[in-house]
Ligand binder design. Structure first.
Ligand code: AMP
Length: 290
């Protein structure tokens, strides 16, 4: 299939071959490439990654692929928003190429390889979504090996995912620099997410409490407060507000392992996952050093 240059104001590669050919042309001209992997339904958080990519490379490729293997049974794969034409509009003047393969292109018949990480996947999202990170690692490895960018950008919004990808790239010696980008938020503190559109008006008004509770927990943890008590208090508050919290934890910022003692020791991160109505929201924040 030739490069699609007619559907949108931005060229779209639908096949691995077309992505590789386009990137190769840039490489032949001595130009550098940034990759921003996404599942589409783009918002300003994604665009901030694209803008950051632009400061690191001559060309920016945005992949849009709702990756079936990172959704577990009963999760929202079918309901996940798909807004390709709108996404393309947002990327005009920002990205150079969209890579939007279909599932058959990424997972042809007989596809048999899965990348599994231990360590950082043993916590938090890895417990709640046992097959999630294998799906993420496998698709990201494929995207990196297909595009072979100089840099690839991932949001700290998905903090554990960022750690998983940094670990995989290090372990497999993939020749790419991973850049973690800050979390883009609405003015009231809610982290931007493609799933926020599923919040009702009332839920949307409640959702920023996630950020407030994280901030309060992080500040108190930095002042030496008991982590378990802080997290238990935050969980109770989330429940009172109508969330169904999955976890609120303050963890080692590099391994996500719990601390041995009741207070933080070294770099720490506060992380939340909670359902509010239909969507499951995640967010996290740095625990400032004391
Ligand atoms: P997704 O389309 O949700 O898979 O996200 C694609 C990339 O955008 C991931 O690296 C996310 O971490 C990142 N991202 C999503 N939301 C935000 C946000 N609010 N701020 C910064 N990066 C984000």
């Amino acid at each position: 299939m030739p490069l699609d240059t007619t559907s949108y104001a931005l060229p779209v590669a639908r096949t691995i071959q077309d992505l590789r050919a386009t990137v190769q042309k840039w490489r032949d001209a001595g130009e550098t490439v940034a990759l921003v992997p996404t599942m589409g339904a783009l918002h300003s958080g994604h665009i901030s990654l694209v803008d950051l990519g632009r400061t690191h490379a001559d060309h920016v490729v945005v992949s849009i692929f709702v990756n079936p293997t990172q959704f577990g049974p009963g999760e929202d794969f079918d309901a996940y928003p798909r807004t390709e034409a709108e996404d393309a509009k947002q990327l005009v003047g920002k990205a150079d190429l969209i890579f939007a393969p279909n599932a058959r292109e990424m997972y042809p018949e007989g596809f048999s390889t899965t990348i599994n990480l231990s360590g950082v996947t043993a916590h938090l999202e890895g417990l709640s979504r046992p097959t999630h990170f294998a799906g993420v690692a496998t698709v990201v490895a494929k995207l990196l090996l297909t595009c072979l960018p100089d840099v690839a950008l991932f949001g700290q919004k998905d903090y554990q995912q960022l750690l998983v990808i940094q670990t995989m790239v290090r372990d497999l010696n993939l020749p790419v620099k991973i850049i973690g980008a800050p979390i883009a938020r609405d003015p009231d503190g809610l982290a931007l997410s493609s799933r926020n559109i599923y919040l009702t008006e009332t839920e949307r008004a409640t959702a920023p409490h996630i950020h407030r509770i994280l901030q309060e927990a992080a500040q108190k943890a930095a002042q030496g407060a008991d982590i378990k008590a802080l997290c238990a208090h935050g969980m109770a508050e989330l429940k009172e507000l109508g969330f169904i919290p999955d976890y609120l934890e303050i963890r080692n910022a590099t391994t996500l392992a719990p601390f041995d003692s009741n207070s933080v020791e070294g770099p720490a991160r506060a992380l939340i996952a909670a359902k509010l109505g239909q969507p499951r929201l995640i967010d996290n924040i740095d625990v400032p050093s004391a």
